[in-house]
Design a protein around this ligand. Structure first.
Ligand SMILES: Cc1ncc(COP(=O)(O)O)c(C=O)c1O
Length: 397
């Protein structure tokens, strides 16, 4: 039985639109992440999962430890449900959540906040100043792991932290050490230009070569700079963790001695954007089904909904992929529509009203912002149906 038949049969009782998670595929993906991490623990990037029961299943497997959360309210919510060792990997300016953190000893023990400047320390200090018996706030320093060449005229990677050099990192570590009520417990340096950019992009061979060259140079630069930064900061404070990497870079990031753990999230669902890496091949695990609702002309079917683009620089790569049956494509002037999506291609004529078309999202966890439930498929049946964050009424971003 092929995957399409398996999914159609397992979900025959469900009415699309709905989303599924193929547990067999996800377990295989998880095992491959662990293999690539070569013994270093993997912190689970919750933004790329966005379902509490699925995060619990992942953390129950060997090789995974801790959560990389995306907002402080999310981290507090997870801590309240028993999750431990939670790094909020993006700075927060949420005063109410900061006050809740400072007032809650269990949360303050488990959660670390990201800072990259004294202004962040001031913001946190202001927010927690009036909290009676406030607890120590754990911090993680974010380091710019981007690539620069030609005196900064060429750059790749995400705009994140202004802290880039060992001296800057040491200065911020010293500023934290001087402030009562704060403890620097970790460092994070995410090399988006390696982890989040496929080194095997389709189509343009010259572009693919340029990406690989940039990534190789960036990795060489980073191994030295990240090591020096960690040494400089460790002169001032003991660190619980040094985090780096993501799904796309695990086997490269773990080679650096200074890195104690890697982060990964997208690799569990293996969305479309992760098809273009030479270092690994995942199994698409998270899919959504849309029903065929009309047939406007021969060679075309229309499905309900579909316009679930992913974040990032807008373009065709951010659209969901019509996945099964194979060979369907968007109408160029309509793309993935708000309430309906025409699909063209040889497979269209075999589809009847009420049949399903299975899609993959371009990114991982964002799919869960569209669906309240993930139906978990193991083998040929639905073994459980679990809520996404949205399904629990939690829309953090
Ligand atoms: C700080 C940080 N670490 C790691 C990742 C990697 O996440 P994923 O494995 O989902 O690509 C990201 C993704 O954007 C990130 O922002």
């Amino acid at each position: 039985m092929d995957d399409r038949q398996r999914y159609d049969r397992a979900t025959a009782e469900l009415e699309p639109p709905f989303a599924i998670l193929d547990l067999t595929a996800m377990r295989a993906n998880a095992a491959d992440l662990v293999r690539r991490a070569a013994g270093k623990p993997i912190r689970v990037a919750s933004k790329s999962v966005r379902s509490r029961p699925v995060l619990e299943r992942i953390l129950a497997m060997d090789g995974f430890h801790g959560i990389m959360a995306f907002t402080l309210p999310e981290a507090l919510w997870l801590a309240g449900h028993g999750f431990t060792d939670i790094l909020v990997a993006y700075p927060t300016a949420d005063r109410a959540a900061l006050a809740r953190l400072a007032a809650d000893p269990a949360a303050a023990r488990e959660i670390a906040l990201t800072v990259d400047s004294p202004a962040h320390l001031d913001t946190i200090e202001d927010a927690v100043a009036g909290t009676p018996g406030r607890h120590e706030i754990r911090l993680s320093m974010d380091i710019d792991a981007g690539f620069r060449a030609f005196g900064g005229r060429l750059r790749a990677g995400a705009w994140r932290s202004p802290v880039r050099e060992p001296a800057q990192a040491a200065e911020l570590a010293a500023a934290i050490a001087k402030r009562p009520g704060f403890r620097l417990s970790g460092l994070m340096a995410y090399e988006a230009q390696i982890a989040g950019v496929g080194d095997d992009p389709p189509g343009n061979a010259a572009f693919a070569r340029a990406v690989r060259l940039m990534q190789a140079r960036s990795a060489r630069e980073l191994i030295i700079r990240r090591g020096r930064i960690v040494n400089a900061v460790r002169q001032i404070t003991d660190l619980d963790f040094v985090n780096g990497g993501g799904t796309g870079s695990i086997e490269k990031t773990v080679r650096e001695k200074a890195v104690t753990e890697v982060a990964a999230g997208s690799g569990f669902f293996h969305p479309r954007l992760f098809d273009f890496y030479r270092g690994f091949t995942g199994h698409p695990a998270a899919l959504f089904a849309l029903p065929v609702v009309r047939r406007p002309a021969p060679g075309i079917v229309t499905v309900l909904g579909g316009g679930y683009p992913a974040s990032g620089a807008a373009g065709p790569s951010r659209l969901p992929q019509p996945y099964l049956p194979a060979g369907l494509r968007y109408a160029p002037d309509e793309g993935a529509g708000e309430v309906q999506t025409p699909l063209l291609g040889p497979g269209a004529d075999d589809l009847r009203i009420g049949d399903r078309v299975w899609f993959r999202h371009a990114k991982a966890g964002e799919m869960c912002e569209r669906f309240a439930t993930l139906h978990l498929i193991d083998g040929e049946s639905v073994v459980d149906s679990v809520p996404t964050y949205r399904g629990e009424g939690q829309t953090f971003l």
